[in-house]
Design a protein. Sequence first.
Length: 113
Amino acid sequence: MFCHEVWEYDNEKYEVTLVDFKTVCPACSDVIHFGNAQVRGVENEAFEHLMKINDMSSEEASDVIDTAYKIWELQNEHEWTIKISEELVFFNFPILENIDFGENRDLSDVNDC
Ligand SMILES: [Zn+2]
């Protein structure tokens, strides 16, 4: 199993926030990272897995991949700010709850956790 980051994209502020982690099997990881699967020559297996787990036709699966690439291209036209959700940080590092980060809760100065 792989640990997969779950990101939320704010396409107006160009902010992407790490909100969760989830475990995925290697085949699902290849679907999620389809470009990486293509580089490694396993895109056919990833495509078949995408169809199987979502009960999709090949046309539907192609549409999903095409749409994902279009979104990726549009998002790559901008500089993004990367954030970590407060809930994720404080759930995993409860000791940080006692630190005053001010309004912005900038975690960049926290190196000793
Ligand atoms: Zn899976």
